[in-house]
Design a protein around this ligand. Structure first.
Ligand code: ZN
Length: 149
């Protein structure tokens, strides 16, 4: 992929060590996710894809999650994309697995991020000052991830 080579050498350290997204206007991938979520307030179509946005981000940052939660998140994501599992049903399932005594996040010391060369990352969705068609970009992003699961 040419994404890294397009970026000045000094900037390479600014690529997310896990999802590989470059910084955009000094914003790291987490801040870019926040930028997309902020658009939801003015974009009902994007708001309707909220699960895809958050799940796509999480699936590109798997090292923080326990194996069990990650497996469940993958399964629900696939069912949603392939079979249209309704949002309410997904919330119920994910709420059940993340509730109670189940551990969702690994301790920092147990996390070992491995960079993966994705075809799309949050930086392809978060285009500063271009919220139009963001919902479409989220759907494409989710589909790219689905292909690799
Ligand atoms: Zn990242």
């Amino acid at each position: 992929m040419s994404r890294a080579s397009k970026i000045h050498k000094n900037e390479e350290s600014k690529i997310c060590p896990e999802c590989g997204a470059p910084k955009v206007n000094g914003m790291d991938c987490w801040e870019q996710l926040g930028g997309v979520l902020a658009w939801e307030a003015d974009d009902p179509e994007l708001l309707a894809e909220h699960f895809k946005t958050v799940a796509s981000y999480n699936l590109q940052h798997p090292s923080q999650f326990t194996d069990r939660i990650l497996a469940d998140l993958r399964a629900v994501f696939i069912e949603h994309l392939d079979n249209g599992l309704p949002i309410m049903e997904m919330r119920k399932r994910l709420g059940k697995i993340s509730g109670g005594k189940n551990r969702v996040l690994k301790d920092k010391s147990e996390r070992h991020p491995v960079q993966h060369d994705w075809k799309m990352t949050i930086s392809d969705v978060y285009i500063p000052n271009h919220p139009e068609n963001a919902a479409q970009r989220v759907r494409e992003w989710a589909a790219v991830i689905r292909q690799e699961l």
